[in-house]
Design a protein around this ligand. Structure first.
Ligand code: BTN
Length: 259
């Protein structure tokens, strides 16, 4: 392990506007509170005190140990009329690109539907997409980087350093790859919707597919069954034990066992 790990680093030139915040409540909220950007911009911090998670939850990250990265897409990356398919694909694409970027340093990286990046079955990163106003799109990524065992928010979590990352430069490279690949993919979707090969890449990393899973809806109801596919808006299709098919758009998923 090298140096003081919680350091700033450069992002690829495709992000013309980058701000590193010494501390912030939420990088997503920080960007949302600014006026709309004219092109892609990023806010990052190693010290996020009130991070927002999915389904109204908090994202807890001890100071200096977890990276908060938010990207606000500029008009050059947002279709004139974003379809439901585009909106549904966006966090999944971000997750798939993050999986690909982390695979350069760790084994057994996958995406648990919809937005949890796992290493060896444990959560290392979460993604939160927000549309704070029409034609504004923010994608937030929280990555557990330097957390020791005793600092993990839950027993189902992990961190990059616990999974074998040895050097901060590996993370810097992975974030650069994430952003570069994400921008390239979004450029390809600016006019033509979500290409089939993009769905293919997403399906290829979603470890929920083909598994027995418990789906827990926000109202507490549950469905247990086999996750068979994603639809063209990124919703999870789950076939329960009576053969009924459920299309799931917002829920928590627990992986039970491979089928
Ligand atoms: C989740 O797993 O529930 C999603 C967590 C998303 C956390 C990130 S950290 C950067 C950005 N800013 C926030 O307030 N939330 C996202």
């Amino acid at each position: 392990m090298t140096g003081n790990q919680a350091e700033t680093f450069s992002l690829p030139d495709v992000v013309p506007d980058v701000v590193w915040l010494d501390s912030v409540e939420s990088t997503n909220e920080y960007l949302a509170s600014q006026s709309a950007p004219s092109s892609l911009r990023a806010a990052l911090s190693w010290n996020q005190s009130a991070g927002r998670g999915r389904l109204g939850r908090a994202w807890i990250s001890p100071a200096g140990k977890s990276l908060a990265l938010s990207l606000e897409l500029g008009p050059e990356l947002i279709p004139d009329e974003p379809s439901e398919s585009w909106r549904g694909a966006l966090p999944l694409i971000t997750g798939a690109q993050l999986v690909a970027a982390l695979e350069s340093m760790c084994d057994k990286v996958s995406l648990k539907w919809p937005n949890d990046v796992l290493i060896d079955g444990k959560k290392v990163a979460g993604i939160l997409g927000q549309i704070p106003a029409p034609r504004r799109v923010i994608i937030g990524v929280g990555i557990n980087v330097w957390l020791a065992d005793s600092e993990l928010p839950t027993p189902e979590s992990t961190s990059l350093v616990l999974q074998g990352m040895t050097d901060a430069s590996q993370l810097h490279k992975a974030i650069g790859e994430l952003i570069t690949q994400l921008v390239t993919t979004l450029q390809s979707m600016r006019q033509d919707g979500v290409p089939e090969d993009v769905w293919g890449k997403i399906r290829g990393v979603v470890s929920t597919l083909g598994r027995e899973a418990r789906v827990i809806f926000p109202d507490g109801q549950e469905v247990v069954g086999t996750a068979t596919d994603l639809d063209d808006c990124g919703r999870l299709i789950v076939c329960d034990h009576s053969g009924e098919s459920h299309t799931v758009s917002a829920a928590d998923v627990q992986h039970l066992r491979p089928v």
